[in-house]
Design a protein around this ligand. Structure first.
Ligand code: PLP
Length: 431
């Protein structure tokens, strides 16, 4: 915190452009923390939000319901093959907390209280609340609380960020063997994985068959599969429903971020009929899930989400993403030509470029001050909002970004990396 003496204040935004209190404009290369779909100030979304705000702003979902929450739940089930019921919450982390509680309680409701361990993937990230931290333990983020966070079990993932690693097929088989071994233990309730790719862990894209194979191992070992689509669902990877496209069959799915188009906070945890039914029973049996948040299922957020989903169809957004994604692919090579850029990975509307200490060097760059701050300042000077995670520059723009805007974002980002090179190479103490 002491490195950031003051933060820029964003006063308005339109389309992909953010404007700060000084009148400077930046392209939103982060989609306002990976959630913005249509750009800012979209009139259709604003209308849906204001119309709902005039009718019903909030009403508890404890013993009650309301139209927008019901309609949205129906739509979510429709676009989520295999899912039967929806539980709302406010953000991705709480959607994950609910998923973990559901998985463990599913087993206790089924008379197997000993099945209470959650397996996760190395490099996975699922949010900042305690359960989510335990299931997605990233030492760089949570290390100072490592003694407090309940320890989870993390299994390896076949992602090849190091060219010296074994070939992917070999690596995948060895990871799957290890996952199988872990899932065969009698105390495992579920495995949780981000769907399609790990984002916060450094844009680590799974090999094609990996998720399907994990799903198969879950069935074989009778372990629940939780897929976290908070960051990767709704088109970020060019797929509306990555779990379905990747041929995996989860028991529980989490959504957040882009659910409302990035305008209001809302998340959802979906479950299969079998999981849902295990919670049914007489009140005194205490089979129900004790979990509820004040703003659960907020009607204004639900109205935004309904409009957002309508717009996906109306504008054929996934097709737009797959088309503009070709431009990201084209720039991959140009990014790698910069001598402090190592591996570059992209999928859908997502690009991750590793910053390394020199050409042919896989060692992450290690400047004296935070990479994030250096790149933020360099991006700002070039008119682009950038945010790094570790030594990875991530481009996660609004999904509806046009090709011209995307090219501008990519060009400016490459200029910002080149500008920042002296500061990035000013080495700090070894970490
Ligand atoms: C895969 C995944 N799950 C969960 C979360 C947590 O979401 P939130 O920040 O809305 O709590 C994130 C956030 O980045 C995420 O990437």
């Amino acid at each position: 915190m002491s490195e950031w003496s003051r933060f820029d204040s964003i006063t308005s935004a339109d389309g992909v452009w953010l404007t700060d209190s000084w009148g400077h404009q930046m392209i939103d290369g982060v989609a306002s923390m990976w959630c913005n779909v249509w750009g800012h100030s979209n009139p259709e979304l604003i209308r849906a939000i204001t119309q709902q705000a005039e009718r019903l702003q909030h009403s508890s979902m404890f013993n009650m319901t309301h139209g927008p929450a019901e309609e949205l739940a129906e739509r979510l089930v429709e676009i989520s093959p295999g899912m039967h019921r929806v539980m709302y919450s406010d953000n991705g982390s709480t959607a994950v907390e609910i998923a973990l509680k559901m998985a463990v309680q599913y087993w206790s409701n089924s008379g197997q209280r000993d099945r209470n361990r959650i397996v996760s993937l190395e490099g996975g990230y699922h949010g900042d609340t305690l359960g989510a931290m335990s299931a997605g333990y990233v030492p760089e983020f949570f290390g100072s609380l490592g003694h407090y966070v309940p320890a989870g079990v993390a299994v390896p993932v076949p992602v090849r960020t190091d060219p010296r690693a074994p070939p992917q097929k070999e690596q995948m088989n060895s990871c799957l063997d290890r996952i199988d071994e872990e899932l065969s233990r009698s105390d495992v309730a579920a495995i949780i994985m981000e769907s399609g790719a790990q984002l916060a862990g450094g844009v680590r894209i799974y090999p094609k068959q990996f998720q399907r194979e994990v799903s198969r191992l879950c069935r074989r070992n009778a372990v629940l599969l939780i897929v976290d689509e908070v960051a990767t669902g709704f088109g970020r990877l060019g797929m509306m429903s990555p779990y379905h496209t990747l041929d995996s069959k989860p028991d529980i799915v989490t959504y957040g971020k882009m659910l409302t188009g990035g305008y209001l906070t809302m998340a959802a945890t979906l479950a299969t009929r079998e999981v849902y039914d295990s919670f049914l029973g007489a009140y005194n049996e205490k089979r129900h899930l004790f979990h509820g948040h004040t703003y659960t299922g907020n009607p204004i957020a639900a109205a935004a989400a309904i409009k957002n989903l309508e717009m996906y169809q109306k504008y054929d957004l996934i097709r737009h993403v797959t088309r503009t994604a070709a431009t990201l692919e084209e720039y991959k090579g140009r990014f790698s030509d910069i001598d402090i850029v190592g591996d570059v990975r992209c999928m859908g509307m997502l690009l991750g470029a590793e910053l390394v200490s020199g050409r042919g060097d896989a060692a992450p760059i290690c400047p004296a001050t935070s990479i994030n701050r250096i790149m933020y300042e360099a991006g700002k000077r070039r008119g682009v909002y950038l945010r790094t995670l570790g030594n990875i520059i991530m481009l996660v723009p609004p999904l509806a970004i046009t090709k011209d805007e995307l090219v501008m974002l990519l060009e400016r980002t490459m200029q910002a990396v080149t500008d920042a090179k002296p500061a990035l190479l000013a080495c700090g103490p070894a970490q």
